[in-house]
Design a protein around this ligand. Structure first.
Ligand code: PMP
Length: 332
């Protein structure tokens, strides 16, 4: 039986794009299916080449993986020896504590500031000779807050180059260009900086599992050692190629999501909730008393709205207009 998405209520717990693939992307994927009996490349060359070309890098500056999650896994496998520390904000993307555990690393959590920002001074103070990796996200998950270029640049200057700094830009395409850190300049200066991105969010290809990292060639070569032979699908390459050919149409969708994010933020603030200004496709209700969090949990569940419950608040993905109305009605 095929279940229509409307019967599932509103799926707002995974920061997915509410829109299915564009017709041109769907057509490219259908075409690629014709050759589904054939293996993809043994180790991906064309897909990282395509992404590198888009970024203006030689191919050896980019590594791909099964979503940004796959790339993050390979980064931790390469740089985290058993017992070494991985410093991250708390809360952060669940994958970081989970995968750190998988590779035998030690999770070191640094609480967010009261207004939902990563506390860079506290994170720097936590780094010691036992630290292998530090993770920063911009926009941050679950708060949607951005790290300014100067703050990141300062952090990198005072971080020992033996520590690998992962700068996670999963939601970068939602950020106004003027608010983005100049990562292209920073990777030239800091060979220990690795920037990760994904096609799961603004590009709407979460099911295809395509993520990548860029940085200096030596650090990328080390990450690439962990790639699984035949590990990236041929559909991934077809999907990325088609998305790049449809950038203008995709940008319109991203703008719609950004607009809806503003509407949802304003409505929730109007109801009295503390909501950091989000530059991503989700908002974070924070500063709620436990009883209020419980009330919201019950209300969202009753209305068939799936959201992400964190220790300090609730993260809600921005969906379509109907989803915004449903969220605001349930919260009220
Ligand atoms: N980083 C962050 C900050 C995320 O929120 C996510 C997904 N929720 C990812 C990485 C991983 O995304 P994917 O594996 O789908 O590329």
């Amino acid at each position: 039986m095929i279940v229509h998405p409307a019967q599932l209520g509103h799926q707002l717990s995974l920061n997915e794009n509410p829109y299915g693939p564009l017709p041109s992307v769907r057509a490219a994927l259908t075409d690629a299916l014709v050759a589904a009996n054939r293996y993809p490349e043994f180790l991906p060359r064309r897909l990282p080449g395509l992404i590198a070309e888009r970024l203006g890098y030689p191919p050896d500056r980019v590594v791909v993986g099964a979503g940004a999650t796959g790339v993050i896994m390979h980064i931790l496998q390469e740089f985290v020896t058993p017992g070494a520390a991985v410093v991250m904000a708390a809360p952060t993307f669940d994958g970081y504590p989970l995968l750190t555990d998988t590779v035998g690393g030690r999770v070191v959590e640094v609480p967010l500031t009261r207004d939902g920002h990563q506390d860079l001074a506290a994170m720097s103070a936590t780094i010691d000779p036992g630290t292998a990796v530090v993770v920063l996200c911009s926009p941050h998950n679950p708060t949607g807050t951005c790290l300014r270029h100067d703050a990141l640049a300062g952090f990198l200057e005072r971080t020992d180059p033996s520590v690998t700094v992962v700068f996670d830009e999963a939601y970068i395409d939602f950020v106004p260009p003027g608010d983005r850190a100049d990562t292209a300049a920073l990777v030239e200066r800091h060979p220990n900086l690795v920037v990760t991105r994904t096609f799961s969010k603004a590009y709407g290809l979460a099911a295809l599992r395509v993520g990548y990292a860029f940085g200096a060639a030596p650090v990328i070569a080390r990450i690439r050692r962990w790639q699984l032979p035949f590990g990236m699908t041929a559909l991934a390459e077809a999907g990325v190629r088609a998305c790049y050919a449809a950038e203008a149409e995709l940008a319109l969708r991203t703008e719609t999501i950004t607009r809806e994010c503003g509407i949802l933020t304003a409505a929730l603030r109007e109801l009295g909730y503390r909501v950091p200004t989000s530059a991503a496709n989700f908002v974070y209700l924070s500063g709620c008393a436990p009883a209020e969090l419980d009330r919201l949990r019950v209300g969202f569940a009753r209305d068939g709205i799936q959201v992400k419950h964190c220790a300090t608040g609730i993260r809600i993905t921005v969906g379509d207009t109907a989803a915004t109305t449903a969220v605001v009605t349930a919260a009220r």
